[in-house]
Design a protein around this ligand. Sequence first.
Ligand SMILES: Cc1cc2nc3c(=O)[nH]c(=O)nc-3n(C[C@H](O)[C@H](O)[C@H](O)COP(=O)(O)OP(=O)(O)OC[C@H]3O[C@@H](n4cnc5c(N)ncnc54)[C@H](O)[C@@H]3O)c2cc1C
Length: 460
Amino acid sequence: MQNGSISKLKQSLRGSVIERGDANFDEARALYNGMIDKHPLAIARCADAADVIAAVNFGRDNDLPIAIRAGGHNGPGLASVEDGLVIDLSAMRGVRVDPAKRRVRVGAGCVSGDVDHATHVFGQAVPFGIISTTGVAGLTLSGGHGYLSHQYGLAVDNLIEADVVLADGSFVTASETENPDLFWALRGGGGNFGVVTSFVFRTNPASTVYGGPIIFDIADAGTVMRWYREFQASAPDEFYIFLGLNAVPPGDPFPKEHWGKKMCVLLVSHNGPTADGEKAVNAIRAELPKPIIDWAAPMPYLALQSLFDGLYPKGLQWYWKGDFVKTLPDAAIEAHLANAAKMPSAISGMHLYPIDGAVHRHKTDETAWNCRDATWSMVIVGVDPDPKKAPALKKWAQDYWAAVHPFDLVGAYPNFMMDDEGDARLKASFGDNYPRLAALKKRYDPANLFHVNQNIRPAA
Ligand SMILES: Cc1cc2nc3c(=O)[nH]c(=O)nc-3n(C[C@H](O)[C@H](O)[C@H](O)COP(=O)(O)OP(=O)(O)OC[C@H]3O[C@@H](n4cnc5c(N)ncnc54)[C@H](O)[C@@H]3O)c2cc1C
């Protein structure tokens, strides 16, 4: 790659190009996961779709590996690439809400907090994830589940339209009526088909929720988990409860006597009339052991969405292992408890996120996102600020996963996968949809220009 060529890219962008040697290079290449340390050749910080077209054409014509970056939250750091070009969308953060039509147009660099903030004032929301600094683009393109998913489905189930720059540099819109095949593939197929420059989502009623954490002593975790597996099946639409095996964070606002204690947490969200929410949560309180902390209460949906942002700032060491889970037999619960007991840090943990309600009301071939017959999306995360702990975080997550995996389904949520999982795992996650995805990859990106991702190879 000639420096002269990078100057050419600079001239064609309204945004900036950050290169090795630039004062802000290290800050610009840093990803959310501090375990990842990639040195791209250049970072094209795009200002608009025209910049994205220029960057895609430049990367392709110069044979550079291309990574696409939105929120930069991806576990294995697929938003960057060694010695290649990062198409960085993080400056494209415009949001326009149409409250009457219940739609929101979202720039590809938005984090979910940007959109939540803009829609909340109208009492509306799109189902995104549980941390407000996660990028909308990466989360959505591989599915996107969160507190509103039981009621309103995945982020992809609320996607109406996307503008996309394809591998040949052309710009298209994908929706049910325009390029419907591409639209199907974008709803779960990740960054394989092009660079999305903006999304249009349906918004849904969400304002004050009755929600928050209810924390139990780890001694009661088995009881809570057995209750949870039964509750889940009959939970009303408004209710979303995810379960965690974690430790009480050692800091404010948690009571000092509980700091560092292993715990089982129910993260509750009831998105309906507050009185109904309180009644519903009181009913589960009556069925469960006495919690050590109970902070479930009426709160703005916006507050629930950012409840954990402070616990998980950018730059921590993260190692992820996931699975889709259908049932939680007693033996699986025992394996969970045995491995959670060995948690290597105060902010590591295991979460079970419900996949049910509105998510189950779509057919498995309706979108590329296939695993709609799962009951939970499980993630095990080893997390700590100290880079020296990285091997221990990784080993714990891998051992934990190996112990519970025999009880789980074969595939995992691609957004919870690292880059060392192998093709078979990804194929299993897409199930019967994989051949169609591979055929569409061949149509839209035959040379696999967009391969720095959970890669779907073009059909032979
Ligand atoms: C703390 C934390 C909490 C999380 N919680 C949840 C949760 O509650 N629910 C959930 O579903 N997931 C959750 N996730 C997982 C999250 O969905 C993934 O990490 C996702 O990849 C993040 O999206 P991003 O835009 O930040 O990613 P990036 O790292 O920027 O991008 C990831 C990949 O997405 C693709 N991509 C990104 N932008 C585009 C684009 N515009 N066009 C085409 N391809 C693109 C590329 O392939 C890229 O490699 C969480 C992650 C973290 C770190």
